[in-house]
Design a binder for this molecule. Sequence first.
Ligand code: ADP
Ligand code: MG
Length: 240
Amino acid sequence: MISFGHVNKYYGDFHVLKDIDLTIKTGEVVVIIGPSGSGKSTLLRCINRLETITDGSLTVKDVHLNDKKTDINKVRRKIGMVFQHFNLYPHKTVLENIMLAPINALGISKEEAKKTAEFYLDKVGIPDKATSFPSQLSGGQQQRVAIARGLAMKPEIMLFDEPTSALDPEMVGEVLDVMKALAEEGMTMVVVTHEMGFAKEVGDRIVFIDQGKILEEAAPVEFFENPKEERAQVFLSRIL
Ligand code: ADP
Ligand code: MG
């Protein structure tokens, strides 16, 4: 579904991603972990070309993202992204927030968009919040709306960049539960998170990145019980 081949990325002189080789299969849940500033967000953002790679090859469903002929909007429609900050429109209701992109980007009718929005709002467990405004919701509920908004575009891949990092601790679980359900339905997911319980339970594979390099890539049991790289051991001892 997603394939990085010898990908390098620079921000000016700064070498942020170093020789990244990573393949993510359909239906796989890959969890990216690593210290702050190691390049996790950059790696994720390259997948929908919010950042461009400097060299190497990066494909999504065999489409080369750094090819000039690539219609990036077509690729982006297959990819949903959820950030740490939910970025909901404050003056629109929950339902309107979810309906917006399908109407504008996919050109579907308002009625159909409403049905779709209701379906996904139900899926994330807050059907009763349809007419509320974001400010009337808790952080966890807002993030679930953001997930529903992503799903309403019917993506084939969902990218999550620290989706629970801005939440109060008691709201982390409800968001992770929604993500877990999505994973169980077979969604292809790339998740940057510091939630090691989620990584262990839901991840098919853990990718440990440090200073722009993938240092270790392993099944969760293997990674958490027997990390091979010293940097990974140090990271885990700090976080667990
Ligand atoms: P992480 O998500 O792992 O914390 P990031 O991918 O956000 O790491 O950032 C990796 C490094 O690249 C950091 O040192 C950061 O300061 C730098 N960086 C991120 N975005 C930019 C940018 N747009 N321009 C220059 N440097 C950046
Ligand atoms: Mg980040």
